[in-house]
Design a protein. Structure first.
Length: 720
């Protein structure tokens, strides 16, 4: 008798483009596509994924697979199809795509089992145990509590394991699965204002079918309230909802709002253990979880019955993965909603140029909220020309006065600058020596308490020398301002004010960060100093002044997305001001008060800025008008990457415009020399055709030198 499946083709969760064939021994049932299998691979045993049955033209002598872990597609058909699309769109090995999707715990040789807490249910059988009063008491207790109870609760009530087992032995109770936690809608909801009412009405017209919408609403306009109303509708249909957010750790408030409204909402973020992740994955797959809130990777969760995807702060860079499978969770969300034929809601006060263009072209519905919910006003913007001013720890005299005025009025003040540490450089005033990272050729940032020179690119740490390393003269000096220095200066100026510094150095502990945010929300007059961590979605009702210490850097950067990014950052951080009764002000210190981008942003607003930026992208033939991909090569060796990229370039023609090879803007990081090729095509089809050719060329180069690494990034977010 012959097997139905004699051979299988599998993908290995490694960065290998090749697929591998194995035979299926008689003793095993042939795996279906998408099932996990254990295979011998070199000297290892690996968990691989079956991607084809009985492939044609296989090698006559194949090694057998060792085990089959799943009787069905482990991903579910829909997610598996998405994986195939990801592999094609990002030109990434299928094995690594599937490996990225699978939770780490599922790569070990484990069966998919949902772990429930031990739970007991009263059966129909009449209890005749009056001679066992303890057992009778247990029956009475379970019945009084509704017939189903967790063992933990029984034990807390004083029933030992022995009693539980005895009652179960008589068939009076049986082990069961707990009912999933019930969602319960909060009884009070704010009354929607007229703009919100219109937006909700427009959205609920399209709950069936692919309907992408951009919710373009200013900071504090009540976008979250819109998500909640829409989710309520979709949950009423019994369908699941996925909400993607940039960073859960930074904004526990958001999750709290979902839980307040619905009673339950599961969260998927990076602090979970491997097993917790797998459990959430499996429960979503089975349909047990109604609302899942998660960061980037949550877009790769299987669902039984997904009915809506929401992407909050859709412009945020954290939705783009920057290593391995370099996917954009926002873009994948669009594809997935399309495959599933469900609505998609992208929300932001500062939409990405990609999404704005899609809205402008009519591919997305463009829904706007132009007023703050609950009546608060948007803050007023002011530029502070600091040419010729003497700055004390980054603060000009007029800014110091403005800060003092707000504090005196009993408000909170937020001082923003996007650089942590004490000072971005440490140099010798005698000879000009500057502390530089030997592995990155970049200036090292001076930190205080504890004193250190830290490279922000490779994290190398040195003790700051008290004499110049080059000329031996004493006292190198700190140049420029980081958050530590601004905080130090502010606490000298306002010694009695509480001061909270929020940056990656002060928020390493989640608990400490939450304590700080909680203290800030108490609303007492205080100074908040921090990086972009302060810009993200926080609601601090008592902040009336936002001061931006230096806006210029971002507008002069080499990266084509830099103006978009700095504009989003300024608008987002400004959006923290005046969110309650008292109006807010934003003051921006600048050496370039005539910078047209900055002027258009603050006088005409984000949308106007965005459209003029779109116009210049169009003239330059850049995304979102033309799709882009970046091939990067890096090596300890200085010549290899350049030679490799030049060789690849020679094989490319026609499909796209190729820029480079050129050194990356940061040419050396961690002793790796980085070079890149940028490719721009007139449309997606051409880009894909060109990238296929590029990959064939790379494949023909094999074997590549072992000290050369390369990566392909489709739709790169930044080109550093
Ligand atoms: P966004 O997400 O657009 O920044 P939020 O949804 O966080 O805005 O809303 C800002 C504040 O306004 C929140 O405190 C929210 O509870 C409140 N809010 C939202 N909608 C209303 C409404 N219709 N009436 C009163 N307050 C509202
Ligand atoms: Zn010197
Ligand atoms: Zn370094």
């Amino acid at each position: 008798m012959t097997h139905a499946t004699e051979t299988v083709r599998v993908a290995i969760p490694r960065p290998l483009h090749a697929l591998f064939d194995y035979s299926v021994p008689d003793a095993l049932a042939g795996p279906v596509v998408g099932a996990r299998v254990i295979v011998p691979f070199g000297r290892q045993r690996l968990t691989a994924i079956c991607v084809g049955q009985n492939p044609t033209d296989v090698h006559p002598r194949l090694k057998p697979i060792s085990a089959v872990l799943d009787s069905e597609n482990a991903f579910g058909n829909e997610l598996y199809e998405l994986a195939l699309w990801l592999a094609e769109y990002y030109h990434h090995p299928l094995g690594e795509v599937l490996g990225t999707i699978l939770p780490v715990a599922a790569r070990r040789e484990a069966k998919f089992i949902i772990h429930h807490p031990e739970t007991w249910q009263r059966t129909e059988k009449p209890a005749d145990i009056t001679r066992a009063p303890k057992q009778q008491a247990l029956i009475d207790y379970i019945e009084a509590e509704g017939g189903v109870l967790e063992a933990a609760q029984l034990r807390a009530a004083g029933f030992t394991r022995t009693i539980i087992r005895a009652v179960a032995g008589k068939g009076l109770i049986v082990a069961t699965e707990p009912a999933p936690a019930l969602e319960q809608l909060a009884t009070t909801q704010p009354v929607l204002n007229s703009e919100q009412t219109q937006v909700v009405a427009a959205l609920i017209q399209h709950l069936d079918g692919f309907a992408p919408s951009l919710l373009d609403g200013i900071t504090g306009s009540g976008k979250t309230e819109i998500y909640l109303r829409l989710i309520e509708r979709v949950r009423a249909q019994g369908r699941q909802v996925l909400v993607l957010v940039p960073e859960i750790a930074l904004t526990p408030q958001t999750v709290a709002r979902f839980r307040d409204r619905f009673g339950v909402a599961e969260v998927l973020h990076s602090n979970l253990t491997d097993n917790q992740r797998l459990q959430t994955w499996l429960k979503c797959k089975r349909g047990d979880i109604g609302i899942l809130i998660g960061t980037r990777s949550a877009i790769l969760t299987p669902f039984a019955n997904l009915g809506l995807i929401v992407v909050d702060e859709e412009h945020d860079s954290s939705f783009k993965q920057t290593d391995g499978l370099r996917y954009s969770a926002r873009d994948v969300a669009v594809k997935r909603a399309q495959n599933l034929n469900i609505p998609l809601l992208l929300g932001s006060a500062t939409p990405s140029l990609e999404s704005l263009l899609n809205a402008h072209n009519g591919r997305y519905r463009h829904l706007k909220l132009t007023k703050r919910a609950g009546g608060a006003e948007l803050p007023s913007f002011h530029l502070l020309d600091i040419r010729g001013h003497r700055l004390t720890d980054g603060l000009s005299a007029p800014l110091q006065q403005i800060i003092g005025k707000h504090l005196k009025a009993g408000s909170q003040v937020l001082v923003f600058l996007n650089r942590r540490g004490y000072a971005p450089s440490y140099l010798c005033p005698q000879c000009g020596w500057r502390a530089t990272c030997p592995l990155c050729d970049m200036p090292m940032t001076l930190h205080k308490t504890p004193a250190a020179l830290i490279c922000h690119h490779c994290a190398r740490r040195e003790f700051p020398p008290s004499v110049c390393t080059a000329c031996g003269k004493p006292s190198p000096i700190a140049i420029g301002i980081g958050t530590q220095r601004a905080a130090e200066g502010l606490s000298l100026l306002f010694p009695d004010m509480p001061l909270y510094r929020i940056d990656r150095d002060t928020t390493r502990s989640q608990r400490r960060m939450e304590e700080q945010f909680m203290a800030i929300r108490q609303g007492h007059p205080a100074i908040l100093v921090g990086t972009q961590m302060l810009a993200k979605g926080h609601h601090f009702p008592n902040v009336t002044l936002v001061a931006v210490l230096n806006a210029d850097g971002g507008f002069c950067s080499a990266d084509f997305r830099a103006p978009e990014r700095i504009a989003q950052l300024i608008i987002q951080v400004a959006g923290r001001a005046g969110r309650a009764e008292r109006p807010g002000e934003v003051w921006i210190q600048t050496y370039q008060p005539e910078n047209p981008l900055l002027l258009s942003l603050i006088t005409q607003g984000y949308e106007s800025f965005a459209f003029s930026e779109l116009a210049s992208r169009k003239r330059a033939g850049l995304p979102p008008y033309r799709p882009m991909a970046m091939l990067r090569a890096e090596s300890r060796d200085t010549a290899l990457p350049m030679a490799f990229l030049s060789d690849i370039r020679s094989a490319l023609s026609g499909e796209f415009e190729v820029l480079g090879p050129a050194p990356a803007p940061i040419q050396r990081i961690n002793d790796r020399n980085r070079f890149q090729l940028l490719m721009l095509a007139d449309d997606r089809r051409m880009l894909h055709r060109g990238l296929h050719r590029l990959q064939e060329k790379i494949a023909s180069e094999k074997p590549l030198p072992t000290n050369l690494r390369y990566s392909l990034d489709v739709d790169p977010y930044d080109t550093f």
